[in-house]
Write a protein that binds this ligand. Structure first.
Ligand code: HEC
Length: 86
């Protein structure tokens, strides 16, 4: 069993003008069905990728690799204006 690297599940940056949540994208064993070494992919998956994603470089990943980050930004709510709408 491979050891999971110690990375935070998510990081929440305190709200200023906007709130941000960062979440790492890391590969899990099931990702390698499509992202593993080309020669280890099932022939059907390989053919599908070749047809629909020509020039795909997203193979030869290994398990528990850091592959990017998802960032969600939310604008902080505007302060309430006392009884006045625009
Ligand atoms: C059913 C097949 C399939 C599975 C399973 C899959 N992916 Fe993908 N993934 C794709 C395809 C297709 C693309 C788009 C490749 C392209 O645009 O050339 C992609 C793109 C990506 C990219 C962007 C690559 C880049 O640099 O543009 C990342 C990162 C990624 N996948 C991570 C994951 C992770 C992590 C998992 C597991 C949680 C996963 N994928 C599971 C098919 C899959």
């Amino acid at each position: 069993m491979e050891k999971l690297p110690v990375v935070p599940d998510r990081v929440i940056v305190p709200c200023g003008p906007e709130c941000r949540v960062y979440r790492p994208i890391s590969t899990m064993p099931q990702c390698l069905k499509c992202h593993g070494p080309l020669e280890e992919l099932q022939p059907e998956i390989r053919a599908f990728l070749a047809q629909h994603y020509p020039g795909d470089n997203a193979t030869s990943y290994s398990v528990y690799q850091w592959r990017g980050v998802i960032r969600v930004s939310l604008a902080a709510a505007e302060p309430a204006t006392s009884g006045r709408n625009k």
